[in-house]
Every structure is written in structure tokens, then in C-alpha cells.
Design a protein around this ligand. Sequence first.
Ligand SMILES: [Zn+2]
Length: 81
Amino acid sequence: MPDEEDRVNVTAQCMLHEPPVPVVVEDAENDGSKVTCPKCGKDYGSWGEVKAAMTEAATAQQQEKLTAPFQGLEGWKVTRD
Ligand SMILES: [Zn+2]
């Protein structure tokens, strides 16, 4: 069982619509299950593939968050008399 805090909070969406439509998976317990758009029927491949892509996106997001607070320090100088 994964920790609640470790869970990846990313939703895959079909970007062919405005606003984008969240995709659906036939069976979230089965990595081979198909992920499709409920609106246009586009096939996004297997759930396992989509999960891997979402995890990658979430990792990139977290890394951005970690570095964001330090961006304000750019341009500071330590001077010595
Ligand atoms: Zn769609």
C-alpha cells in the first residue's frame, strides 16, 4: 500500500477539447486496461503507460516546486568590506 502522501495527484486529460476532458480507464487495477477519452473515443494506450507518463509529469512538477522558493535569491550578493 502506498503512503497517502506519496500518491501522485495528476489527472490525464484529452486535450482535444476545450476545456480538456479527463480520460477514463476501464479497470484501474489492471495495467493492461485501455485508457480512452469518453468524449471523442481517442485511445491513449494502456493504463500502465498512462500511469508512467503521469508519474513523470508529477516528478517534474515536484522538482519545480522545490526549486521555486530559491529563485528569489538570484541576484543577491554577499559583500565584504
Ligand atoms: Zn477527447
